[in-house]
Design a protein around this ligand. Structure first.
Ligand SMILES: [Zn+2]
Length: 395
């Protein structure tokens, strides 16, 4: 028995197709509101209480160096049996990387069981897996013994800055968490350890002057930014990679630029590497200020700490694997450099498997696809894992 008999895969596919048709680029607030309403309706099939939670305020840096408030969509939270002793967290995201004006908006069948479309794998398919696994679980005798919270945030693809505090709040006190990112490989392989990520904007302020008349009185912010890029790159090691991504600044050719903004991303492999980098950066900025007689302002930092797998987290992986064996699914795992909300949950000390979603691939590209039979297959896997958690599989 593969456990998929009780699962309405036709209803699942219809939901994924309807949800994929709603554009939910992280900045498309109207689309996100429509999606949140559709999800609230679908999740009303569970016994819990549904709530739309306002996003936390997020400040970003414009090209001119000024700070501005970045708007986000609301997050969906469902709480079921909050008084239960054993409680878990299930998370997903409703946003995609495709903005409202992106050419990739439609679904196309690639063959009889492969659907190409925005968010079908990452992760509207995964949300359907989560919902239907919970619906199947609610039919079991074990259901009364487990409480759970569901979080579907609106900003995962841009780093969950408007939901990080909510994730931490909901993770607190949970014995385990399941996140419905697509499998790491199309064969269903799970993501195991993950590196971390951090994003920085460095605002550099120099002094403008005429490039011909008095250049010696100018302090060139773009040159200081270029110097900073080279010095950042020199800090790379086996424990951290650094990607200077964008240097903006300056105006016309005859003006010494007094302003620049450098954006870069770091990928620390350990918590220590991230902390050490942040510390070193402060000294580096002082060096740049002295060398170029400019001032600097640092915005940002590590937003998703590296996710390591400790003994408790490994026990959850082993449980997923054992449930897979019962269903005739061979579940493996591998480490990855990608990040997701699983990083945030693991940082709270809660064991998490964060790739419980569908099998598919080419995510974040117009070739994104969902292997449709994986909807029922992964739902059966999740339902079994949740049932085992209710029965005391992890302590
Ligand atoms: Zn995702």
């Amino acid at each position: 028995m593969d456990g998929t008999q009780m699962i309405d895969s036709g209803a699942m596919l219809a939901q994924v197709r309807a949800w994929s048709a709603i554009n939910t680029g992280t900045a498309n607030l109207a689309g996100l509101a429509e999606q949140a309403a559709a999800l609230a309706e679908a999740f009303a099939a569970l016994p819990g209480k549904i709530e739309l939670v306002d996003p936390a305020p997020v400040t970003a840096i414009a090209a001119d160096g000024s700070a501005f408030a970045k708007p986000h969509g609301q997050h969906l939270v469902v709480r079921v049996r909050p008084q239960a002793n054993r409680r878990i967290l299930l998370t997903g995201h409703m946003d995609t990387v495709f903005p409202a004006d992106h050419p990739f908006q439609r679904q196309t069948w690639l063959d009889g069981e492969t659907l190409n479309g925005p968010g079908v794998a990452d992760m509207k398919g995964g949300i359907a897996v989560m919902l239907h696994a919970l619906l199947a679980f609610e039919q079991t005798a074990a259901a009364t013994g487990l409480g759970y919270d569901v979080l579907i945030n609106s900003d995962e693809e841009t780093g969950s800055l408007a939901s990080a505090a909510l994730i931490a709040e909901l993770a607190a006190g949970k014995l385990a968490a399941l996140t419905y990112e697509p499998a790491a490989l199309p064969d269903g392989t799970l993501a195991h350890e993950r590196g971390g990520t951090g994003n920085y904007s460095i605002i550099i302020t120099g002094k403008s002057a005429h490039a011909g008349r008095n250049p010696e009185e100018g302090r060139n912010a773009v040159v200081a930014g270029a110097d900073l890029i080279l010095r950042l790159k020199a800090l790379e090691s086996a424990a951290i990679t650094i990607n200077p991504a964008k240097l903006e600044g300056g105006s016309t050719n005859n003006v010494v630029p007094d302003h620049a903004v450098l954006r870069f991303n770091i990928r620390p492999k350990t918590v220590k590497a991230g902390t050490e980098f942040d510390h070193t950066l402060r000294y580096l900025l002082v060096d740049i200020e002295i060398a170029h007689q400019v001032s600097t302002h640092c915005h940002g930092g590590v937003t998703r700490p590296p996710k390591t797998v400790d003994a408790r987290a490994q026990a959850l992986f082993d449980l997923v694997r054992a449930c897979g064996v019962e269903l005739g699914q061979d579940i493996r795992w591998k480490s990855t450099g990608g990040v997701c909300d699983g990083n945030n949950i693991a940082a709270c000390g809660v064991p998490v498997v964060d790739t419980m979603g569908v099998r598919g691939g080419a995510i974040h590209s117009p070739d994104e696809y969902l292997i449709v039979p994986s909807l029922a297959e992964r739902t059966a896997l999740s339902a079994r894992v949740i049932e085992r958690l209710a029965q005391g599989a992890i302590s």
